[in-house]
Design a protein around this ligand. Sequence first.
Ligand code: GDP
Ligand code: MN
Length: 396
Amino acid sequence: MNLHEYQAKNLLKKYGTRIQEGVMIESTSDAIIAAKKLSDETGTSWYVVKAQVHAGGRGKAGGVKLAKGIDKVEDIVDEILGMTIVNRQTGPAGKLVRKVLIAQDVYYPGEHEIREFYVSLLLDRAKGQLCFIYSTEGGMDIEEVAESTPEKVCKEWIDPNVGLQGFQVRKMAFNLGLSGLAFKNMCKFLSSVYKAYVSSDASLVEINPCLIASDEAVIAVDGKISLDGNGLFRQKDLAEMRDILEEDPTEVEAGEVGLSYVKLDGNVGCMVNGAGLAMATMDMIKIAGQEPANFLDVGGTADAKRVETAFRIILKDSNVKAILVNIFGGIVRCDRVAQGIVDAYKSIGNIPVPIIVRLQGTNAAEAKDIIDQSGLKVYPVIQLKDAALKVEEVLA
Ligand code: GDP
Ligand code: MN
């Protein structure tokens, strides 16, 4: 589950991270009150208006703008609220801006040079350890930095059994070229980011830019946090921060009926039971030269109702040109699933794309009979390889 920037920053602040303070609003009429409140709290007279959507790269897309005075705030909020941000991260449909953060300007001039660093903390699955990724080249696209100047991206792994150690924090601050007050502030900053990550069952915390302000304060100017969905049952407060409007509506609908569905970009819809079989099926589709349109695990109880819901969800994707059903009858009986498919087909009416059905396991033969006798445009197959070949054939 992803958080908005304003939520991520509030969470970081709770664990002691210094943040660029802000007030989130959903209506232009609240802009002036929010800006005044912010000035009372922080003393700022300049503001940054920031679109709150679940995507980065907002700055370049026109979703982050500086207001040099309270008289400029309302117009800028009006401009950003309701705009659609379109970039690589949002996909071609873009993301509608429903909320904005009015934040204090923290790029104020002063004694020291202002610098933008990059700091993130994530799980390195291969090593089974947490990993800080950090760089002096913040503010911009970190993927680009990693590509063109990989030596400027540093990593520090943390053994989960001992946790983050003081020497590691100092090493990172040192590698970032800091000394004096900035060094001390960075050490505090990194420790608090680690605390926030572990305490909230996060899977990613990314701060870009992490600002070294002109008074050597270390400040989270941006904040992205992804929470581990498996930890949400014990993170009730965080679970409430979910913003369903930012999620793919079809994925939300699937989740409500207990189907694991992830939309992809291909044209072959998949309906499979079991995550492992679903992965294998997607591999077979790729081997056949096609691309899966989705991942869909219907789970253990592939009855007619669930099969029908799954069909409806797959068919919402207009890219789908064929559907491959691949069910292994272990606990569930294949003939029941076959009947479910036939019922679903009749209930939905005219399904405009060919359906290839592979049912293996308990009562597979009976299942094939049911499909054969249904008179529907459904192609039964037994072997997984044949299923892939059939997909290739119907799409040719
Ligand atoms: P992103 O583009 O979605 O990653 O959004 P960010 O929160 O990282 O903001 C984008 C850019 O806006 C930053 O890299 C800064 O250059 C600029 N920015 C953010 N906050 C301030 C601020 O307080 N003052 C000024 N002058 N610029 C800011
Ligand atoms: Mn950013």
